[in-house]
Design a protein around this ligand. Structure first.
Ligand code: FES
Length: 135
């Protein structure tokens, strides 16, 4: 049976470097995949890294999102594939360890402090109407 990662890292592949036609997202995906693979002893093998066309953070290229079921979602911007790779891996480890994914700016890797564009709480959706709600 194949292993299905519970955590997802999504990288925008449409972002361009400012004042350039270069789109660094695909290279960032490759770099992130291998860095997480190398660090699998501490990060775990529970991450899938993939690309998407745009996450509406176009003024802060590149954008990278962390998601998991029942966990806080994060969107980071101004990510540089060389300068930020260690912090992205460190945050993956932290995100993996937190049951709800919630962390304050002071707990996240310092290099990501100014680059956090959004921290969205996990959605808790009611799947059925209880008798109590009807009264
Ligand atoms: S082009 Fe990357 S977030 Fe819009």
């Amino acid at each position: 049976m194949s292993h299905r990662p519970r955590h997802k890292i999504t990288v925008c592949v449409s972002c361009r470097h400012k004042n350039s036609e270069c789109r660094p997202g695909l290279a960032l995906i490759e770099k992130l995949r291998s860095a997480i693979d190398v660090a699998s002893d501490v990060v775990g093998d529970d991450f899938a890294v993939s690309g998407v066309a745009c996450m509406a953070g176009c003024d802060r290229p590149c954008t990278v999102a962390y998601q998991a079921s029942s966990k806080t979602t994060y969107l980071f911007g101004d990510i540089d594939a060389d300068a930020d790779i260690d912090d992205l891996v460190a945050f993956a480890r932290q995100y993996n360890d937190l049951s709800d994914g919630w962390s304050s700016a002071t707990k996240r890797p310092v290099g990501l402090a100014e680059k956090t564009l959004a921290r969205i709480p996990a959605a808790i959706l009611a799947t059925h109407v209880t008798e109590e709600l009807l009264q």
